[in-house]
Structures are given as C-alpha cells and as structure tokens.
Design a protein around this ligand. Structure first.
Ligand SMILES: [Zn+2]
Length: 757
C-alpha cells in the first residue's frame, strides 16, 4: 500500500541516492566525514544516528601511535557502569531516585554507547549463512556458517554442528568473510575460539581486509603499517579489536596470522558495523526493524531497573505495587512488580500469575522483556486497551525481572557481546539457580517404588526434604526467597524466561533413573504441551518455518516445544519444584539464540515476544475454578484437595477456599476432599473458550457420631500429615534463611567498613 506521503518520501530518497552514488562509486573503502555529513543533512538521522559520533571515533582511532594491542583493550559496545554500592538495597528512597544522579547517569551512558556501531548479527542470526564465506573449511560442520560468536557445538565433535569455522589449511591465506550486503561503516571485530569439549583451537592474532566487491581487497591499516589484531588466549573469552580507522565497505575478512600451537585455525566472530544506505537497493533502508511501542529499549543494570520500575509505578499507581521478595547474596533486592486492579491483595477467585526472568543472570533478554511488559501493560491500561484492561482486572500479575541480579551485574559490565556464554549465569556463590531447588521428583518416585498402593503416595505438595532446610545446605538466598514467595502467593501459572535457544520446555525437567535425557511427562502432560505450544506458536521467530537452528538441536521438528527431560535432565529445577511443591504450573521459555542480544535488537525482540507474553498470561483463565466452602457456615475451606479423575496430580485450595485447576477442554469428574469433611463429587465441563468454568463445592462436616464410630471400630481419622510436614519444613527454611541473611548483612557491613579505611 502506497499513499501520497510515502511516494514523496521515495522521491526525495532518489535525489539523495544520486548524490550518494556519485560520491561513493569511485572511492574504495574510504568514506570521509564529509560524506557522512551529507547523509545527516538529508535528515536520515533516525537511521544513521551514528553520524554525530563518527568524528570522535575517527579522531580517536586514527592517532598514528594507536597500536593494535591498544585497540583490543578498548571498551565494548555496552557502557561500563560503576559497581552498585553495597548500600544499594535501600529500596526506593527519594535519594536513590534523585534527579541529578539520574541525569548524570543518562549522559554518561549516551557518551559510551555512541562511540561504536552495533554487531551485524553473526550471533543473533540476523546475518544469514549465505553471507558467510571462507577460504577453506575442514568439513561441513566447521563451515563458515559456524563461525558465529557464541555458537555452541553438540557434545560430540564431527557432526554437522560444531563450534567454529575451521580452515582446512594452516597458512596465512585463510579467511572468514562477511558480506554485510550493503555499505557498512565497519568499526571492529570480536573474536572467540572454538567451542568443543574435545578440541582446543583459537587464533592468537589476525589481520582484517575490506572490500566493496569481494574482488579487490584493501588491508586494514594502522598508520603506515598493516594492522595486526590480538585475538584469543582461550577458546571462550571474546576479545574485541577496534579498527584503527572505521572504514566503509561491504565485505570484511578476518585473516588469521598466528594460532594456538597445538591447535588449528578455528574461530567464532562478530563484526561491528553501522549500516549505510545502499545505493543499489532503496528498500533495504526503508525497512528499519523496530517497534511502534514507546518503551525503554535498552539494557538496564540494577539501578536503572529500579528506576524504570519506579517510573512505571508512578505512572500507574492504581494498578501497580513494587515489593521485594528477598535479597541476592550481594544484597541486591529481588524486586517484583505487581500489576492488578487491586494491588497488594489476593481477591477471591482471581488467579495469580508470575513471570520470572534472569534466573541465569547473563540471559538478559527475559529481564528486558519483563521490563517492557510492565511498561506496556501500564500504558495500554491507561489507553483503555480492552484486552489489557480485562487481563489486569481479572488477574493478579507478578513480574520478577531479575532473579539473579548479581550475575546480571557481572555480565552487564562486560557488555552484550563480550560477556561470553557463561559469565553471569551463576550466582555470586557460583550456584546455578535452575538446579538449586529441592529435587522432589526423586523423593516422590522413590516413595512410589517402595509403596505397593500408589494411592497412598502423595502426588502434590511434596514437603521439602529435611537436609534442605538446614543452615549448611547449599541453597542460594535467591532460591530461598523464591520458595518463600511461592508459599505466600497461591500462584496458578508461571513462565521462567531464559535465553540461548529458541524453544519452550515443559516439566518434568528431571528424568527418572538419572537418564541424561528421556521423555518424562507429568500427569498434566497434555495441558503443559498446550501451554508450551501457546507460547511457541505465537513467537514470531519460533513460528517462522524458515528459521535457522540456533546451535546444534533442531527444535522445529518438535514444533519448538520439548519436554524438559527429553532435552537434558535437570534435577531440582524451578519448574518441577513449582509443580510438585505448589499448585503452580510453570514452563521454561528459551527466548533467543543470543543470550544477551545487543540493545539494538531489543525492539524487534519485543515484537517477537509481545503476543506470546500476553496470550500466555491469558491461559491462567483456563480449566475450572471455584470456591470450596463449609456447607453450614459458608466459610471457605483452606487446603482442600481437588482431585480430577484419571489425573494423578492434585491441587489444593488457597487460604480463602478458592482454587484453580488448569485443564484442557473436556468433561471431568472432580472430587474434593478436606480434613473433617465428607468428600464431594461433581462433574465439571471445560469449554474451548479462554474462560475458566466455575465449579464450586459445599462440603458437609463429618458428624461427631460418625467419627466416634470410626474410632470405636479401631479405625484412624485420616490426618493430613503430609500438609503438616510441608508447613513445618517451610517454617524451618524460613528460620534458617533469616539467620543466614542476618549473618551476611553483618559481613557485608564489615566489608564496607574495611573498604572505607
Ligand atoms: Zn537459562
């Protein structure tokens, strides 16, 4: 569809193109300040906002004395921030949110970020396989298309999916070539060695050549000499090499000069460059990928995250509340944004939903998407977007953007391209939070094996094991905080946002009998598959049938969903714990191939995930729900058990007697059992519309006379021992957590005191 305004714009563009072609067609990889200014005059600032800082980059880099060694130590694309002070846990005080601090920080940030160009997207897959060429390669699995920053190899070497581009020959004429497909202002190269358990290969030094046509190549110079860049000293740490003079070209080659003596020429790379208008293709620069939503698209460190949350809360005070569920090891608060029409309280019958992001601190996209989501919900609620209004009124939404803030701070400081694959994944104590929850699967499975009568073994609300509640247990403060949170709020549905792959996984994550991978479904497999499919089928990247696989596994074969155990076993995962210890159903979403996408990718990533994030939340309104009450007093009965025939997983009522049982459409026979009451049975129908069917229950008290009869016949009144044990162990966990936190706070204070002397 072309309207008049667009045609006029295209007309102007053509005029510009003529100038551009005249100016560039004869010059070879040289693009001076003058030419850049031309584009600026033509007011293409949105596309070329690098122009203002181009001068500073050139003058800094073109200093004749600047050596390649110096360039490799230059700062990454994302600005380095001051380490948050230990006292940063003071909450949302006015002082923290003061104007001067904020202004300073913003200016600081802009300066750093403007210095460099974004990655072309070897890592994010924005650069396609056909854009990558090489002088030679050992075999298909080590082809140029594998030479992407952070690409992961499978466990075995030798298949089609190995962890680098590896040249077939060991000489100085080997190169990996990237076709940017348009004139590009190249500013730097990031290099990494080969990802493999079995082979060690990396490149020590390399040269760079540039070309406009891939026939004539010009070496990248450092003054009068050819620039030699420092590469890697190990396989995993990415190293940045800034070009001494940012240069315009279409093609760039990385040309290894020396490499690890016991290895061969292998590398993974990313290229930094700002796209320029392509004189041969007017459409390329019309399609700037982005989002129409006015959200704060950038990476937020801890302080910036708090500020953003505060600003959302200020903007929408009636539907938001910020609270903290505890602290990280380093004392950073785990902030949650609650969004609901009645923030701060549970409403009878209203389901509670949560998103948890950043459990692996370096998987930064989830954190940003959750921050985007809170802004979006606030804005759209105010605008009267009916879908959002309904969601906010009918649901109590809890958003935890950063479960592992310590890990994120570390990765953030390195920046989106230089953090590597693992930095910031773990907590300060080097704990992987996704295997730090109590392994209740094996407790339940062991009990089932010991007991002949399966009905005697509880299939839900499994208590924590004794060892897990002690002060000495290696249970991270972050995990303790989340377990406590799960206890306080009757969550119904959750998703746990990760990154580094494109797939949605559903429980169980832990396999039976310690198999490394084995399909291990829950009794609710069909609903979990539905949940996973809801997210995966609405995610714009996952749903694209032409997408390239991220690393070495093809999840498209499974429609981008997989049982967690079928991928790789994880004992003590948050999903499994949530399902076996609470009523909450939870899946893991692996949001993108790139764990820490460059800030320039955030708008498009929001668009990729926006619908999925919304539609997934709406699934909390499926199945049946209702209130279990005392027939005589009408009071809600807490901890009543909701049993669905043929489903070996029960759920319980919340404190007020309300419950939610997620189910696919169908007819169900539902039995409700509560201590001291006569069980009640009824049929409940679930339709296909996204609205839970109301199924209330009224239970009659067991008569005293009947109780006496049971006792007289030597019978026992069934006591809910499991429930009591669960409550007892949680109390213990809370007590030890409190003791540990107090001790750590004292230690932090002492450390801070020592530093001040
Ligand atoms: Zn993860």
């Amino acid at each position: 569809m072309h309207n008049g305004a667009q045609m006029a714009w295209v007309g102007v563009s053509f005029c510009f193109l003529l100038i551009f072609i005249v100016r560039t067609s004869y010059c070879f990889t040289v693009f001076n300040n003058e030419t850049v200014t031309v584009s600026n005059n033509l007011n293409f600032t949105a596309l070329f906002n690098y122009t203002t800082n181009f001068n500073s980059t050139v003058s800094a880099g073109s200093t004749p004395t600047a050596s390649a060694k110096q360039t490799t130590t230059a700062k990454p694309v994302v600005p380095t921030k001051k380490r948050p002070k230990d006292t940063a846990d003071a909450g949302f005080s006015d002082e923290d949110m003061g104007g001067t601090d904020k202004d300073l920080e913003t200016k600081d940030k802009d300066k750093t970020q403007e210095l460099e160009c974004p990655p072309l997207g070897l890592e994010s897959l924005r650069v396609e396989d056909t854009q990558l060429q090489a002088s030679s390669y050992q075999r298909m699995g080590l082809g140029p298309h594998r030479g992407r920053l952070n690409i992961q190899s499978g466990i075995e070497d030798g298949d089609l999916y190995d962890g680098a581009w590896c040249a077939q020959y060991e000489d100085l004429d080997q190169w990996l070539e990237v076709d940017a497909r348009r004139p590009t202002l190249f500013t730097g190269v990031i290099l990494q060695g080969r990802n493999s358990i079995w082979s060690w290969d990396w490149v020590h030094t390399y040269k760079v050549q540039l070309s406009n046509d891939s026939v004539y190549w010009k070496p990248c110079m450092n003054g009068t000499e050819e620039a030699v860049f420092e590469g890697n000293q190990d396989p995993e740490t990415p190293v940045l090499g800034l070009l001494p003079v940012p240069t315009v070209a279409r093609y760039i080659r990385i040309n290894p000069q020396t490499w690890y003596e016991n290895g061969t020429i292998c590398l993974r790379a990313e290229v930094l460059g700002c796209p320029l208008p392509d004189p041969n293709n007017i459409y390329m620069w019309e399609t700037v990928q982005g989002s129409k939503d006015d959200l704060d698209f950038r990476h937020h460190n801890y302080k910036e995250m708090r500020k953003l949350m505060k600003s959302v809360s200020d903007e929408c005070p009636d539907i938001t509340r910020i609270y903290s569920i505890g602290k990280s090891y380093e004392g950073l608060k785990l902030y949650v944004m609650e969004i609901s029409d009645n923030p701060g309280k549970h409403e009878l019958g209203e389901p509670e939903f949560r998103y948890v992001a950043g459990m692996h601190g370096n998987e930064a996209l989830g954190r940003e998407l959750v921050l985007n989501l809170m802004q979006y919900l606030c804005q759209q609620y105010k605008r009267g977007n009916q879908r959002v209004v309904r969601l906010v009124k009918d649901t109590r939404i809890h958003l935890l953007p950063s479960m592992n803030p310590d890990g994120h701070e570390g990765a953030y400081k390195k920046g989106s391209e230089l953090a590597g694959w693992a930095m910031g994944r773990y907590t300060y104590e080097w704990i992987d939070l996704n295997s730090n929850f109590a392994d209740l699967n094996n407790i339940m499975w062991d009990a089932q094996e010991m007991e002949q009568d399966k009905s005697k073994i509880s299939n839900h609300y499994i208590p924590l094991p004794e060892y897990y509640t002690s002060e000495e247990a290696m249970v991270a403060p972050e995990t303790r905080a989340v377990i406590n949170w799960m206890q306080d709020i009757p969550f119904v549905l959750s998703a746990n946002l990760h990154g580094g792959e494109l797939v949605v996984t559903y429980p169980f994550d832990c396999t039976r009998d310690w198999a490394p991978r084995e399909h291990t479904p829950t009794p609710d497999d069909s609903f979990f598959r539905w949940l996973a499919a809801v997210y995966a089928s609405t995610n714009q990247v996952m749903a694209n049938p032409d997408r390239r696989i991220c690393h070495y596994e093809d999840f498209q074969r499974h429609n981008n969903i997989i049982n967690g155990g079928d991928w790789h076993t994880v004992p003590g995962s948050m999903n499994d714990f949530s399902y076996l210890h609470t009523n909450c159903f939870e899946v893991t979403v692996e949001l993108s191939c790139d764990k820490f996408p460059h800030a320039s990718e955030l708008p498009i990533e929001w668009e990729n995930n926006k619908e999925s994030l919304l539609v997934y939340m709406e699934q909390v309104h499926r199945g049946i729900k209702g209130v279990v009450r005392d027939k005589d007093t009408n009071a809600g009965i807490a901890n009543a058990i909701i049993k669905v025939e043929d489903l070996d997983h029960h759920i319980r009522t919340a404190d007020d007697g309300d419950y939610w049982r997620l189910l696919n459409p169908g007819e169900y026979k539902v039995t409700v059992v509560a201590e001291g009451y006569i069980p009640s049975v009824r049929r409940c129908h679930v339709g296909s519309e996204p609205r839970a069917t109301i199924c209330d229950f009224y239970l009659s008290k067991m008569l005293k006379q009947r109780l006496r009869e049971i006792l007289a016949n030597g019978g026992k009144i069934p006591k809910d021992l499991q429930l009591r044990l669960r409550a007892l162990r949680l109390r213990k966990l809370r007590a030890t957590t409190k003791a540990i936190n107090q001790r750590r706070a004292r230690q932090r204070k002492a450390r801070a005191l020592r530093r001040s002397f």
